[in-house]
Design a protein around this ligand. Structure first.
Ligand code: HEC
Ligand code: HEC
Length: 250
């Protein structure tokens, strides 16, 4: 099945160097330039909205993010490299979106933002942007170990009508073309990312839902434990890869 779907390119496949190459390297030069240019990268609109929300008083406490965390350029620098991470209080695995929503409910006494809403995408992109260029470095031992194991198993499990695992595309066939796209190593270091197909910024989980759909497998709900564990595994695969949020993707 896979042989009929995937067309080999003439160029040699990238080797599995450590760290793995970011998906940005598989874009056209034009898109790479747009991503790098803050004035031309459409994802920066969400980052700007996130910067505005950072200062905005919210919830029963009337506190803004800035009330507690001050200047994000220093307080949030490097934070996104460590996510997903286990929350010490609850023991739950949190991605950056969940962590921000937990600050809303726990510290601002406000409603959590829905997944894929512009405010949540904006704040997530704004916080992640403060780690631009810093290498991913998540914790996978200790309390995170069971989540990591679940994510790793998910990545290697065959699924859907096409009976393909994530690894069969993103490890075995990275660098090859599939329906006009070049398959990357499936890293999350550019998310939330602006995808041309969406005409919007979207979370890593939105991308994962696209891949699940692509193999006609179950699309898990946003925030599901399955995708969260998978996000942790992907973050570890991206160990040492620089954060590029908001990336541009086709
Ligand atoms: C009332 C104070 C308060 C407010 C308001 C607040 N936070 Fe927090 N935030 C905390 C505390 C305390 C922690 C440490 C974890 C915990 O105890 O929940 C934290 C943790 C975090 C972390 C994780 C930091 C790390 O080292 O892993 C992020 C990201 C974050 N907050 C973002 C935000 C954003 C975005 C907002 C606004 C939507 C916000 N916070 C509002 C107090 C606050
Ligand atoms: C049939 C092949 C195929 C399978 C199976 C597949 N994907 Fe993908 N995936 C793609 C293609 C094609 C893209 C878009 C091009 C790219 O960025 O790799 C993509 C994109 C991604 C991206 C975005 C990478 C970036 O830099 O923007 C991630 C992350 C990802 N996949 C993870 C997964 C995970 C996790 C699974 C298993 C649940 C999976 N994929 C299953 C083909 C596949």
């Amino acid at each position: 099945m896979i042989a009929s779907l995937i067309t080999p390119l003439i160029t040699p496949l990238p080797t599995h160097a450590d760290p793995l190459p970011s998906g940005t390297g598989f874009l056209s030069e034009d898109l790479q330039a747009r991503q790098a240019d803050e004035a031309a990268n459409p994802g920066m609109l969400w980052v700007d909205e996130g910067a505005r929300l950072w200062q905005s008083p919210q919830g029963a406490t009337g506190a803004s993010c800035a009330s507690c965390h001050g200047d994000a350029t220093t307080s949030m620098r490097g934070i996104a490299t460590r996510y997903p991470a286990v929350d010490a209080t609850s023991g739950a695995l949190l991605n950056l979106e969940d962590r921000i929503n937990l600050c809303r409910t726990r510290h601002q006494k406000a409603e959590p933002y829905p997944y894929e809403s512009d405010p949540l995408l904006g704040l997530t992109a704004y916080v992640a942007r403060q780690s631009l260029g810093l290498p991913m470095d998540v914790e996978t031992g200790g309390a995170a170990a069971p989540f990591y194991a679940a994510g790793e198993a998910f990545f290697h499990r065959r699924q859907g009508q096409l009976n393909l695992s994530c690894a069969q595309c993103h490890d075995d066939n990275a660098g090859r073309s599939l329906r006009g796209d070049t398959i990357s190593h499936g890293l999350g270091n550019g998310y939330p990312a602006y995808r041309l197909e969406w005409q919007s910024l979207g979370s890593l989980q939105r991308r994962l839902r696209s891949c699940s759909f692509g193999v006609r497998a179950v699309q898990f709900d946003y925030g599901s434990p399955d995708y969260l564990a998978l996000e942790l595994y992907l973050a570890k695969r991206a160990q040492g890869v620089a954060i590029e949020t908001p990336a541009i993707r086709r």
